[in-house]
Design a protein around this ligand. Structure first.
Ligand code: FE2
Length: 674
């Protein structure tokens, strides 16, 4: 009688093992086996991390093995099981791999296909076509779209983390409990002692240092020591944690009536302001998105305020970017003066603080939340709904959406919901952040997510002309490395453009992103369908880059740049100044966040800047969804490319007082998960 050797690998994460009964059936081209209990006498099967082998003898020839069916039945109480993969050694000595990487919960069962990636057109056998279709039908019932707020990209239909399909939940919910993590952070940072003085102001800038003693690092210390300097202010627009706002100024905006006389002492080339604009030496950051956004009113004892500044910057003769004029609101007028470096020290400083606070809001809600977290979730849901596990694009993307739906669900549950943690210390809490996302949806275009084009659109692409823009330099290297890898994988499965166009599952994925993510907005420029291999490569590069590099660039610098509160105030407790000559140090300190809000903020940026335990960085694919050698070779080349980028960045950073490391591939997690 034919005998098969079946090897079963159980996951090594917490609670991955099971004591339940596990049955296996083999489905072959010539017949289907009986259900076999996988059990070795006097042995604890399916323990966490175990790889166990079993002999399965069948009554008759099964032909080619097409599917295997795994069933889990209750032993004592239901015990979830994480199955990594199964390999089957056939009677003729062939090995067939069946990747799984999924949980079996309750009276669960899973039907697996072998690991060869297949497009729908490659499947001729009825049973395989049916398996494909059934898998998607099941997934579409589990992964449903939901509108969390009007106008938002749709997100997952789940009220809380435990409602999510088991496969996309965090291994341990505890690790991502925001309430717990923020409180723990505050305890670690030794700042709990300030919480009872919640609404009291700090005494002066030095007083802020009191919450800064326990944990410090080179960058945040440097920020603390130099934050008042114009050079440090300008540098952050290039290489801080929101390096996406600055653009070359091609024409002075009508609502910023700034003249050469006003900025004369900042200009170094004996040119008029207009000539400087023409020569490309003027840059601009416009926070018009914040205009009309309601400030947080959730605490009746503390008034909070927002501004919508325009900041003009200048590339000086040393090729450094420095601010030269700041108008705090959009409509010019007597009560909206243009602040200048030549103004009184505290007038200028307060104007810069307002810009930093505005930058913090746009960073947190738009650059970070909308343009990495929410967008990546859209890719994740569309992938689960439209691509079966056997599809090469599923295999390619699954590592890059890992835990993204889970972290966003957690955020909607605890952080950005009504009465959530976000309301505690942020001026855009209490609904302002929702208005901001709704407004920013208009600018959420396809090209703005394609890194090289986004840089170009802001006129920041010329490295000689705009030096020291490390975010751009490193980002382009990583974009290219991802693109090369993606192109190699696409080449393996798509012979030509026609195969792309005919791949209905892929087209449904792309259409889902457009319809539900971008809400069917033509102006988003998101494709409704993809017709060429080249377009497909760009699209997938954009998906992977957004989830990995872009998120890393805007997430992991939060503690570095935002922990020194005056450099990134999450709220302002007095309105923007309407005249010059009135700002004092006392007034500035009374405007900045109080002690309690400072502590919440610090806890938040610290917790958000931490890598996960066992973080998977770009290029690491420990889950072997792909079994084909050419893909594994492409992965190895990808990792080699990434390693050389790590070296280039390390070399560039050598001896730098402000190293830029957020886009070093060894610090870029594969997916948005924090
Ligand atoms: Fe994040």
């Amino acid at each position: 009688m034919p005998s098969y050797t079946v090897t079963v690998a159980t996951g090594s994460q917490w609670f991955a093992g099971t004591d339940d009964y596990i049955y296996l059936s083999l489905v072959g081209s010539a017949g289907c086996s009986e259900k076999h209990l996988l059990d070795k006498p006097f042995y604890n099967d399916f323990e966490r991390g175990a790889v166990d082998s079993y002999d399965v003898t069948v009554d008759e020839e099964l032909g080619d093995i097409q599917l295997i069916k795994i069933e889990k039945r209750k032993y004592w109480f239901h015990d979830d099981w994480y199955l990594k993969y199964i390999t089957v050694k056939t009677p003729c000595g062939d090995y067939i791999e069946f990747p799984c990487y999924r949980w079996l919960s309750g009276e669960g069962e899973i039907v697996l296909r072998d690991g060869q990636a297949k497009l729908a057109c490659d499947d001729q056998i009825h049973i395989l076509k049916q398996h494909r279709r059934k898998e998607l039908e099941t997934r579409q019932k589990q992964y449903r779209w939901m509108e969390w707020n009007p106008g938002f990209p749709l997100s997952i239909d789940a009220k809380c983390h435990k409602d999510l399909p088991r496969d996309i939940q965090f291994d341990s919910e505890k690790g991502v409990d925001f309430v717990l993590n923020y409180s723990k952070a505050m305890e670690n940072l030794f700042i709990n002692r300030f919480m009872h003085m919640f609404q009291s102001s700090w005494n002066d800038f030095a007083d802020f240092e009191k919450i800064f003693v326990r944990i410090s690092n080179t960058i945040s210390e440097r920020v603390m020591n130099h934050w008042q300097e114009d050079l440090m202010f300008g540098y952050q627009f290039l290489n801080g944690c929101n390096p996406v706002m600055i653009q070359r100024c091609l024409k002075l905006p009508d609502n910023l009536p700034v003249t050469t006389e006003m900025v004369e002492c900042s200009l170094e080339r004996q040119l008029t302001l207009e000539q400087e604009v023409e020569q490309g030496n003027i840059f601009i950051v416009d926070f018009k998105l914040l205009d009309g956004i309601d400030a947080n009113k959730t605490d009746p004892c503390t008034l909070q305020f927002l501004a919508a500044p325009i900041c003009l910057l200048y590339k000086n003769l040393a090729n450094k970017i420095v601010p030269i004029a700041i108008q705090l609101n959009q409509v010019p007028g007597e009560e909206n003066p243009i602040f200048l470096p030549s103004d009184a020290k505290y007038d200028w400083l307060l104007a810069k603080i307002w810009v930093r606070s505005s930058d913090f809001h746009v960073h947190q809600t738009i650059t970070h939340l909308l343009r990495t977290h929410l967008v990546s979730e859209v890719f994740g849901i569309a992938m689960y709904r439209q691509l079966p596990a056997v599809h090469p694009i599923f295999k390619l993307l699954v590592a890059h959406v890992r835990f993204t739906i889970a972290i966003n669900t957690k955020a909607r549950e605890q952080l950005i919901c009504e009465y959530g943690l976000f309301d505690k210390a942020n001026a855009t809490g209490g609904g302002g952040h929702v208005q901001m996302v709704q407004k920013a949806m208009q600018d959420l275009t396809y090209t703005s997510l394609c890194f090289p084009e986004a840089i170009k659109a802001r006129g920041m692409d010329n490295a000689e002309d705009v030096p020291y823009y490390f975010y751009r330099d490193d980002g382009l290297l990583v974009w290219e490395a991802i693109k090369t890898f993606v192109a190699e994988v696409v080449d393996i499965y798509y012979e030509g453009d026609q195969v792309v166009e005919d791949d209905q599952e892929l087209q449904d994925f792309v259409k889902d992103v457009y319809m539900y993510g971008m809400r069917g907005k033509k102006a988003s420029g998101f494709p409704k369908s993809i017709k060429t291999k080249e377009k497909l490569c760009e699209y997938l590069t954009m998906v992977i880059f957004t989830a990995s590099a872009q998120h890393a660039a805007v997430n992991f610098g939060q503690y570095d740049w935002c922990s020194w509160i005056p450099n990134a105030p999450p709220t302002m407790r007095a309105p923007p100044p309407t005249a010059k000559g009135v700002a004092t140090i006392e007034q500035i300190v009374d405007t900045l966040p109080d002690r309690g809000r400072s502590c919440w903020h610090l806890g938040a940026v610290w917790a958000l800047s931490q890598f996960q335990d066992n973080e998977l960085f770009l290029g690491m694919y420990p889950e072997e969804h792909f079994i084909e050698k050419p893909v594994k070779e492409a992965m190895a080349r990808f990792r080699k490319n990434l390693d050389s980028i790590v070296s280039v960045i390390a070399e560039r950073n050598k001896n730098k007082k402000l190293p830029y490391y957020y886009l070093s591939p060894d610090r870029i997690p594969n997916s948005v998960a924090i």
